[in-house]
Each structure stands twice: as C-alpha cells, then as structure tokens.
Design a protein around this ligand. Structure first.
Ligand code: NAD
Length: 472
C-alpha cells in the first residue's frame, strides 16, 4: 500500500478504534454505537468583505454526549472537511475519557486560510461563524464548548465568547461557552502552553520507566536525546521550548510547511521563533542547514520525532524510512493506520495522540470549571497558606535558634497561585494517564501497543457509561 491508496483520516481512526475494541472483546453492536459521530452540521454562510460577499463553509461534529458539555477545538485551515472534523471529534471522546475529563467529544472546522484575511476580517468571519453555531445549539456553556486548534488561538476564542454573550446576555455562564480565552477575558494561566506542557510531562514519564525506554531501543534519560519537531506553532513551539530548556533535549530539527532546519548542535526554540516572526519563514536561520522539502526531514536521524502539525504525515509512503525510535504524536492523527502497523513491526514505539496532546483539553476543563464557579482557583486559600508558611518558618527558627535562608523561605511565604495549581494538576493527569496505558498494555494479553491500550482505557469508560445509562 502506498500513501495515495491509504484510507482517509477518518477510516484510519476507525481502524485504530476497531483494533482496540476487538482486543477488548466489546460486542459489535456497542462498537457500532460508540464509533460513529452522533451528529454533524455543515454550515455555509456569507460575510461581506472588501465590497462583496464571500461564502465560507464550516462544520461542527459531536461524537458522543455521554458526558456534557461536549468539547473540542475549532480549526481554521484550507483542507478542513467533514471526515476530518468527524475523526477529530471521535478522538476527543476517547481522549477525555482516558484522562478523566468529564466531557463528551466534539470538533469544529472552517475551511479557510487565515493568512488570506486581515485581523478585522477574521473577527467578522469568526463572529458570524459563532452566530451560525449558536443558532443551531453547537456552542453553549452547558452543551458544546469549543477551544483553539490549528489556525485559531486566544484571540478567536475571545471574539467567540463576546459574540455568544451578546446573543445570550442573561446567561450567567456565557463566558464558559469557549475555553482557551485570554487570561484577562476569563481564561486561565497556562492554557496557551498546556498542550506543549502535557507533551513534555508524558515523555518525561515515559523516560522514568527503563523497561519502556528499552522497548524503544533507547537507554538513559531524556537529557541529551536528539529530537525533531514537525510544526512550530502553539503545540510544537511550546513542547520544543520545554524539552530544550527544562529537559536538556537537543533539538536537531524543526520542520515547517515552507522547509526544515537541521542542526547537529541543536536549535534554540526562542531564537527560531523570533527569526520566523521577523522574516516570515524558516530560511536563513544562522547555524542551521535549510532543507526545501521539509517533509523529507521526518526521515532524518534522531532519537525522538514529534509530529506537531497535522494528520497523515507518517504514512505507508515514508514509514519504512523513519529513523526515530520514539514517535510522540503531539498532533492529532499524524501517523496513519498502515504506518502505525509498519512502525510497530519495526520495533518503534508510538506515544499516541489521545494521551500525548490531552494537556490542552485538561486545562480547558480547569478553565471551564473556573468560569462556571465564577472564582479564580486558590483565591480562598492563598492568604491562609501564606500565614501557615510564616508560622512554620517561625517554629523552625525558634526551635533551631537560626534563621531559615531566604531561598528556602520564599516559596513557603509566596502561597500557591493559579498557575502552580494548573501546572501541578496537569502534571498529575498526564503522568497518571501514561501509567494507566502502560499498565493496560501489560495487563491485556491481546494488546501489545500503547495506542490500542490508550483507546482501550478510554473506550471501556465510554462503554460503561452507555451501558449504565441504558442506551445500549
Ligand atoms: P498551530 O496552527 O498553532 O500550529 C501548526 C503549525 O504547523 C504551524 O506553524 C503551521 O505552519 C505548521 N504546519 C502546517 N502544515 C504543515 C506541514 N504540512 N508541515 C509542517 N508544518 C506544518 O496549531 P496547533 O494548535 O499547534 O495544533 C497542531 C496540532 O496539535 C494539530 O493536530 C491540533 O489538532 C493538535 N492539538 C492542538 C491543541 C491545542 O491546544 N492547540 C490541543 C490538542 C491537539
């Protein structure tokens, strides 16, 4: 099979789901119920721009409402279509279930190249898209809560929240209709970096288990490992930054749609982001070798490959040439079903998307809870913690007759702020998530890969919920 004869993204995700369902022995009728999206809407709407009407096409798919609200990003990209949105919605269901975020799965998309429009135009398009979604019940704090994805960010979420609030001024929870908002507009600190942070926590947890590291044909810790990242946007940039600055990883390659940069000495993510913002591209970054055919760099020599751009990047056409021993799916669906089979057969380890990039929805959950509770996390307890810290310091100083050094005292007297809570909550979720899937792989004889294990953990929870609700 070559890439052109491979099934599309949705068929690939179905195949991965079926593999896990089969291994678990889930009855066929239940498999059918759970696998497909419950509803999907296609929207065509006009926006008057530059003196004429421009028609836009978008989708919102709801995969499962076994938990409400349903949750999933909104993607702005020219190649968005219905099958892609449906596949992404189904991944959201299993992702949320796997990491115990009590949401159903959904996803939205608008077929648009954001770079073709200025900020004012994008705002008008986004506000109109929000009206169309709201009109049909596909955005609401209690039913369906979008978030950022490829091509969207905090700015678009702020526009959507504002438009929704205008439409429903008496809804006291209106601000919870989307997550990923700017912190000053009801967002939560750490959401922008959350997906990249989550990628870091999962990989660091993987390296805490020498057996798992050996399974990939690697040894030692994360420090000094050679990494290539594809996609230098929100997820790719933040993950690369945390790996380099906090884990001592050597970033030997970054791949973008306009080419790749390779450097044996390692790339500095901040400097590269600054170069890209200033020049508009990757080319010309000092000390690195530029490769015009960016995708070819997926096959370059490295220990860890982190696809963080879009789906179907490692396919039947290039899987046999991938040299990385560990593939970390920061994007959704970057490895096709056939490529996954080939990588497994070659002894490569794939850390699956539904765990690896679950940090985004996890912190979105924290934001939504903060919004509906109308209070910042830690607000009630911070002063109390500071007073307790002060008392502990006094006790130690009185008992020992010596002063506690400032660097030991400072953290105790600072109190816990919202970002500390978000990051520690996220770290716990991601490390537990990895623990759950490695345990499942070891426990279930018919499962011998981490992706099937991840689907199995999520699927079991969704199936139980359907059975207990009496729908199956
Ligand atoms: P983004 O738009 O911020 O960044 C995507 C980057 O990939 C951009 O820099 C873009 O130029 C680059 N890119 C696009 N096509 C490419 C190609 N063919 N080759 C190389 N690079 C290419 O998007 P993001 O939010 O970082 O999302 C990236 C992936 O992570 C998507 O699959 C998304 O679904 C997934 N994801 C994102 C979040 C989140 O919180 N943003 C959460 C979970 C999963």
């Amino acid at each position: 099979m070559n890439a052109s004869t491979e099934p599309n993204f949705q068929a690939s995700v179905r195949g991965m789901f079926d593999r896990a369902a089969h291994a678990l022995g889930v009855p066929d009728d239940l498999v059918e119920t759970i696998r497909e999206c419950n509803s999907v809407i296609q929207l065509r709407f006009p926006v008057r721009l530059r003196g004429s009407y421009h028609t836009f096409c978008g989708w919102r798919a709801v995969h499962s409402e076994h938990r409400l609200p349903v949750k999933g990003g909104i993607r702005y990209a020219p190649q968005v279509d219905q099958q892609e949105v449906e596949a992404l919605a189904s991944l959201m269901t299993f992702k949320c279930a796997l990491v115990d975020v009590p949401f159903g799965g959904a996803k939205g998309g608008l077929a648009i190249r954001p770079g073709d429009y200025n900020e004012e135009e994008l705002e008008r398009i986004t506000r109109r898209f929000t009206q169309e979604l709201a009109d049909r019940g596909y955005i609401s704090p209690s039913r369906d809560v979008p978030a950022p994805d490829m091509g969207t960010g905090a700015r678009e979420m702020a526009w959507m929240a504002d438009e929704y609030r205008k439409l429903y001024p008496s809804d006291i929870d209106a601000i919870a209709c989307v997550t990923g908002k700017p912190v000053t507009q009801g967002g939560i600190p750490g959401r922008t970096e959350a997906t990249g942070r989550g990628v870091q926590y999962v990989v660091s947890e993987f390296f805490r288990h020498p057996d798992d590291v050996a399974m990939a044909g690697l040894d030692g810790g994360l420090e000094g490992k050679r990494m290539i990242v594809q996609g230098f946007g929100n997820v790719g940039f933040n993950a690369a930054k945390f790996f380099v600055e906090e884990e001592g990883v050597r970033l030997v390659g970054v791949i973008e749609y306009d080419g790749a940069l390779l450097s044996d000495d390692g790339l500095d993510p901040e400097a590269l982001a600054e170069h890209r913002a200033r020049t508009g591209g990757m080319k010309g970054f000092p000390g690195a070798h530029f490769v015009e055919d960016g995708a070819s760099a997926l096959e370059a020599e490295c220990d860890i490959l982190v696809p963080a751009a879009l789906e179907s990047q490692i396919t039947a056409a290039n899987a046999a040439r991938i040299q990385a021993k560990l593939i970390v799916e920061a994007a959704n669906g970057p490895v096709t079903l056939e490529a996954d089979r080939q990588l497994l057969a070659r002894g490569r380890v794939v850390l699956p998307d539904i765990l690896v990039n679950a940090g985004g929805v996890t912190v979105s959950y924290f934001e939504w809870v903060k919004n509906v509770s109308h209070m910042r996390f830690g607000r009630l307890s911070r002063q109390l913690e500071i007073q307790r810290g002060l008392r502990i310091v006094k006790m130690i100083e009185t008992a020992s007759g010596r002063q506690v050094p400032d660097e030991l005292k400072a953290p105790l007297l600072r109190g816990t702020d919202e970002l500390d809570l978000v990051e520690s909550g996220l770290e716990g979720v991601m490390r537990d998530g990895y623990g759950a899937i490695r345990e499942r792989m070891r426990e279930t004889e018919a499962i011998d890969d981490l992706r099937s294990a991840a689907f199995a953990v999520g699927l079991e929870k969704v199936a139980l919920s359907y059975q207990q609700m009496g729908l199956a």
